[in-house]
Design a protein around this ligand. Structure first.
Ligand SMILES: Nc1ncnc2c1ncn2[C@@H]1O[C@H](COP(=O)(O)OP(=O)(O)OP(=O)(O)O)[C@@H](O)[C@H]1O
Length: 243
């Protein structure tokens, strides 16, 4: 049986600015992201990767078209409803970690659930913390952790609420290659062994090679789909779109 769709955009247009300076960042884009898959959004600089992720996550409004997360239609929701949807159904991992410096790792991991008034599932929390190797670091503040450890805390924070989808925006952009490989290996394991769904924006062919599926953007349109992309396949697909 095919996986259900975790997130989807249908015929989405997103224009920044007006008149002569208007930029059509997404030009009638339709794509669905299957549940329990690790998907990469790739493309040259300025091709619309971040815009697509922001529109998918309801962080940016579309000009036309529809956006869906799980069973929820994102288009047309009020800001309060969008905030609720994100808190309960979406996890985020950012390039710059975005942890609160005054909170411990454990408090950072659980903050989103606390804000949503949800009780953590302790067994799931323990699984995520142990798979990420964070047990001995839970009482540390971000300033006492390495970049790789901070990003693993951010991954735990994204997954602890069992979201419909985790959006990761260049999650290895600030990491050395060994820490980056650990984070990518964990994101892949969270999908293949823990049943989660991850959509990752990356310009790095090696990062994309950890995923099940790659969506290549060029000039605000879908230029190609790559199944089980290798780094070489990503490089040649990027070369084909002039990157
Ligand atoms: N807030 C904004 N105002 C005006 N133009 C914008 C804005 N955000 C993005 N753009 C433009 O929209 C287009 C797509 O940008 P986007 O950031 O989505 O690309 P990207 O593929 O993520 O690029 P990069 O890899 O460099 O981060 C670009 O031409 C960009 O300059």
């Amino acid at each position: 049986m095919d996986s259900p769709t975790a997130a989807e955009v249908t015929d989405v247009v997103k224009v920044y600015g007006r008149g002569d300076t208007a930029v059509r960042a997404l030009n009638h884009v339709s794509v669905n992201f299957l549940a329990q898959r690790f998907t990469a959004i790739m493309g040259p600089s300025g091709s619309g990767k971040s815009t697509l992720m922001h529109c998918l996550a309801g962080l940016d409004a579309v000009d036309s078209g529809r956006v869906r997360i799980g069973r929820h239609d994102v288009t047309g929701l009020s800001d309060a409803a969008l905030t609720r949807l994100r808190r309960n159904h979406v996890g985020f991992v950012f390039q710059s970690f975005n942890l609160l410096p005054t909170l411990t790792a454990e408090e950072n991991i659980l903050l989103g659930l606390r804000l949503a008034g949800r009780q953590p599932d302790r067994q799931w929390f323990d699984t995520v913390v142990d798979v990420l190797g964070l047990r001995a670091r839970l009482g540390h503040k971000p300033g006492e952790l390495s970049g790789g450890q901070q990003q693993r805390v951010a991954c735990a924070r994204a997954l602890v609420g069992r979201p419909d989808v985790v959006f990761a925006d260049e999650p290895t952009g600030n990491l050395d290659s060994r820490s980056g490989a650990e984070v990518l290996g964990f994101l892949r394991a969270s999908v293949h062994e823990m049943g989660q769904t991850v959509v990752m924006v990356t310009h790095d062919p090696v990062a994309a090679s950890y995923t099940d599926h790659g969506v290549l953007l060029a000039d605000g349109r879908i230029a190609a789909h790559l199944q089980r992309p290798t780094a070489d396949a990503v490089l040649s697909a990027l070369a084909n779109v002039g990157a």
